[in-house]
Design a binder for this molecule. Structure first.
Ligand SMILES: [Fe+2]
Length: 496
C-alpha cells in the first residue's frame, strides 16, 4: 500500500508537465485515513459541480464532479428507476493545485459510464459515503423522433452577467437540447479569487450540465498557468487534456482545437505544432469516413474574420488564426480547413453574433441566390454574446462584405443538424425576450457534396464571389484613406 503524502504529490506535480489529468493512485491512503482513528474523515466530502460529457459514442458518458477533500472513493450509482439506482461504477480521482500563492487542493472525480442504451433515461447520483449529490437524470443520446440533434452553441459566458444561462438551463431540463457546445471563455475567470470563480461557474452550469453533455473549447480567459483550470476541470472524450480532441455525433464529426496556442507562446510552440499535426491526421481520417459521417464542424475560440470594432485578431488583414504565424505563415488554419472540406466553423471571443457568407482567402461567395446550398467554401458563425462582465462588443459601422447577419444583443445559438444534408442555425436574442436574430440553413444537395474543396469550388468562388483586397473600399467613408494606402500596398495581398 502506498502512503500518499503531500510531499510526494508536490514532487510529482511540479516535475511533470501540467498538461494532462494527474490521477491519484487507487490504492493510496489519504492523510485523514492514516490516523488510527475511525472518527477522522475528510472534512469536505460533499460532491458539487456535477457535469456530464459525451464519451465519444452514444453508449458512453463521463461524469465529473469536485470535492475539497480526498474522499478516497469516486462512485456513480445509476439506473432507469429513480427509486432503484441499481448499478454502481467506481472511477478515479485527480487532484490539482492551480499554482497560485494560496492555492486550494481540488479533487476532481471522473467516472465513465459505458454500455448505455441510446434513448434510455438514466437517473444517477455521485459521491461516496462521505457525501452524495442530489439525483440527476440524462437520456443517452439518440436521434430525435422529429429528426437530428439539437445543440446550444455559445461562447463567453461568465459567472457575472451570464445573461443566457437561465434560457439554456430551462431548455436543457425540458429536453429541448441534446448537448451544449461552449466555444471558449468560461466564468471570467476560473482562476480568480483563488479559483472560487471557477467553482461558482461550475455550480451555475450544473442545472444544464447535470442533465446534458457540456462540451468545452478553450478560450483566452482560461490562459492562467497554461490553462490549468480548463485542463483539470473538464473531461472531454478522446483526450487527457481537453485542449484538442474530436468526436462523432450522428452525421457530424466535431473537431475542437485551441486558438490560444497561437497567442500564449510562453509555454512553447510545441503545443501549436502538436495540435497542427493532430489536426491534419484527424481531418484525413474524418475525410476517409465521410460516407458514414459527412459533416465536419470545427470549434475554436478566436475567429478568422469578423466586423467588430475592437482590433482583435479577426479584424486584421492577416489574422494569425487564418494565415498563421507572422512572416512564416506557419500553422495557418484557413487553408488547412479548406483543403479538408470543413463544412461549418463555429467561433466566439467577439461578444456579438455574426454569420458570414461562405468565404475563403477573403473571397466572399455572395453572388448567387442560394449561397448556403453546396457552398464552395466553409460557413463561419461567431456566437460569443452569451453574457459576461465585459458586456457586448461594438461593430464597425459599415461591415465588410463577408458579414451576412450580425447582432450585438446578448444571446446564444441553437444548431440543429437534421441529417446528412440539412443543418439549421438560429441565434436566440435574450435581450429581446427570445426574438430570433438569425435563422438559416446550410444545405448539401447530396451527401457526396461533403468533401475536400477542389479546383472547381475555387472556380465557382472566383466566378460568383467577391475578393476583398487589403484596402477594399466597402463604404465611401473609408475610401479616401483607402486610396492613399493602396498606392503603398498594392502587392501586399498574400495568395493562399
Ligand atoms: Fe475570448
Amino acid at each position: 500500500m502506498l502512503q500518499w503524502t503531500t510531499k510526494n504529490f508536490i514532487l510529482t506535480y511540479f516535475f511533470t508537465l501540467i498538461s494532462t489529468h494527474e490521477y491519484l493512485p487507487i490504492n493510496r491512503i489519504p492523510e485523514w485515513k492514516s490516523k488510527i482513528n475511525g472518527n477522522i474523515g475528510p472534512s469536505f466530502g460533499q460532491p458539487e459541480q456535477i457535469h456530464l460529457a459525451y464519451g465519444g459514442d452514444p453508449t458512453s458518458y463521463s461524469i465529473t464532479w469536485m470535492t475539497y477533500d480526498d474522499t478516497l472513493k469516486s462512485i456513480v450509482e445509476y439506473g432507469t428507476d429513480i427509486s432503484d439506482l441499481e448499478h454502481s461504477v467506481e472511477g478515479r480521482c485527480a487532484v490539482f493545485l492551480d499554482g497560485q500563492k494560496h492555492s486550494v487542493w481540488r479533487y476532481i472525480h471522473r467516472v465513465n459510464l459505458t454500455g448505455l442504451v441510446p434513448g434510455t433515461r438514466y437517473f444517477y447520483h455521485v459521491g461516496s459515503d462521505h457525501g452524495w449529490s442530489p439525483i440527476f437524470f440524462f437520456t443517452a443520446l439518440k436521434e430525435r423522433e422529429d429528426g437530428g440533434f439539437i445543440y446550444a452553441v455559445y461562447g463567453d459566458l461568465g459567472v457575472e452577467n451570464g445573461r443566457s444561462l437561465g434560457h439554456i438551463q430551462k431548455m436543457a431540463q425540458k429536453g429541448q437540447l441534446d448537448m451544449v457546445l461552449h466555444v471558449g471563455d468560461f466564468a471570467y475567470n476560473m482562476d480568480e479569487s483563488n479559483g472560487e470563480t471557477g467553482d461558482e461557474f461550475f455550480r451555475q452550469i450544473e442545472p444544464v450540465a447535470g442533465y446534458i453533455p457540456y462540451m468545452a473549447t478553450v478560450g483566452n480567459h482560461e490562459y492562467y498557468n497554461n490553462f490549468t483550470h480548463y485542463v483539470n476541470r473538464f473531461t472531454m472524450p478522446n483526450s487527457e487534456h481537453n485542449l484538442f480532441y474530436s468526436y462523432d455525433v450522428g452525421p457530424v464529426h466535431f473537431v475542437v482545437f485551441s486558438t490560444e496556442f497561437y497567442f500564449y507562446t510562453q509555454w512553447g510552440y510545441h503545443q501549436m505544432e502538436n495540435q497542427y499535426n493532430w489536426l491534419i491526421n484527424d481531418l484525413k481520417k474524418a475525410n476517409s469516413n465521410r460516407h458514414n459521417i459527412p459533416w465536419i464542424i470545427t470549434m475554436g475560440h478566436r475567429p478568422m474574420y469578423c466586423s467588430d470594432f475592437d482590433g482583435d485578431d479577426c479584424t486584421k488583414y492577416e489574422s494569425v488564426i487564418r494565415t498563421g504565424l507572422p512572416l512564416t505563415h506557419g500553422y495557418a488554419l484557413e487553408k488547412l480547413f479548406y483543403e479538408y472540406g470543413v463544412d461549418v466553423e463555429l467561433w466566439a471571443h467577439e461578444h456579438s453574433y455574426e454569420r458570414l457568407w461562405p468565404v475563403y482567402n477573403r473571397t466572399v461567395y455572395n453572388g448567387t441566390r442560394h449561397p448556403y446550398v453546396d457552398p464552395p467554401a466553409p460557413v463561419h458563425i461567431i456566437t460569443g454574446s452569451a453574457g459576461c462582465r465585459e458586456n457586448t462588443d461594438v461593430f464597425v459601422e459599415h461591415p465588410p462584405p463577408w458579414s451576412a447577419v450580425r447582432s450585438t444583443d446578448y444571446g446564444f445559438g441553437v444548431m440543429r443538424v437534421y441529417n446528412s444534408t440539412h443543418l439549421n442555425f438560429k441565434q436566440i436574442n435574450v435581450a429581446q425576450e427570445g426574438k430570433i436574430d438569425d435563422d438559416f440553413w446550410v444545405v448539401k444537395s447530396s451527401p457526396k457534396h461533403h468533401r475536400p474543396f477542389k479546383h472547381r469550388d475555387l472556380k465557382r468562388l472566383r466566378t460568383y464571389g467577391t475578393h476583398i483586397p487589403k484596402h477594399h473600399c466597402h463604404h465611401k467613408s473609408h475610401c479616401d484613406k483607402t486610396r492613399r494606402r493602396r498606392k503603398h500596398s498594392r502587392h501586399s495581398h498574400v495568395e493562399i
